[in-house]
Design a protein around this ligand. Structure first.
Ligand SMILES: NC(=O)CC[C@H](N)C(=O)O
Length: 219
């Protein structure tokens, strides 16, 4: 399978994602510019990634302007055809702004930018996975009705937990509702998460837990 990584003005995790996929996971990766819109080289068995960063300087709300990039219309069409799409951090924000995923990312409860390792409970492992976060607007929120629907359809893919896997208020770094760190759409082909698996894919970085996440979701 082939991966396309969309570069927006202000993306800063695009090369990390490219490196993780190409070097650490041995996958074919093509970089895509947000002003282009041609995805004809991608089959629905391929995957488009919206990386982390500060697209358009985070003006208005994180992801609110990137949503209108020409490439995003093509990504929405690609997702509609069943192609896999993953948004990490700013990419997750763009997916919510584009309504490919429900809910919103609000400013962190403590009003601070948070950059640290956290633990996740969810797909791919029985043990807690250690992954870095780095965001100012990462507090997932949706109305109870939406949340109940997400839970009923197993669309919550990751929750913040402690290192033993317990999902507690103390293990929630940003105040995300129900400790939600990542979700998928109902069809199961669009994924969004605030933590950065691409920063945890290499032995040189001392953490391989990100590989488990990327492999589980995408390969
Ligand atoms: N690492 C990121 O993608 C950061 C996302 C966004 N700029 C925020 O601060 O919330």
């Amino acid at each position: 399978m082939k991966f396309g990584v969309v570069v927006f003005p202000g993306s800063n995790c695009d090369r990390d994602m490219q490196d993780a996929l190409a070097q650490d996971l041995n996958q074919e990766v093509v970089m895509l510019w947000h002003k282009d819109k041609d995805l004809s080289a991608f089959a629905t068995s391929d995957c488009i990634i919206l990386p982390g960063g500060f697209s358009y300087g985070d003006y208005l709300r994180c992801g609110a302007i990137a949503r209108f990039s020409p490439m995003m219309q093509s990504v929405i069409d690609f997702a509609g055809r069943g192609g896999k799409v993953l948004g990490v951090c700013n990419g997750f924000q763009i997916l919510c702004e584009s309504h490919l995923l429900p809910g919103v990312l609000l400013r962190n409860a403590n009003q601070q930018f948070i950059c640290k390792n956290i633990h996740l409970s969810g797909l791919g492992s029985d043990k807690a996975l250690k992954v870095p976060i780095a965001h100012g607007e990462g507090r997932f929120f949706a109305e109870d009705k939406v949340l109940d629907e997400l839970e009923k359809n197993s669309q919550v893919i990751y929750r913040y937990c402690d290192e033993k896997g317990a999902i507690t208020p103390e293990s929630n770094p940003n105040g995300a509702i129900r400790n939600i760190a990542g979700i998928r759409n109902r069809e199961g082909n669009v994924f969004g998460m605030m933590p950065h698996p691409e920063r945890a894919c290499s032995e040189a970085l001392g953490n391989l837990d990100g590989r488990v996440i990327l492999k589980t979701l995408l390969m």
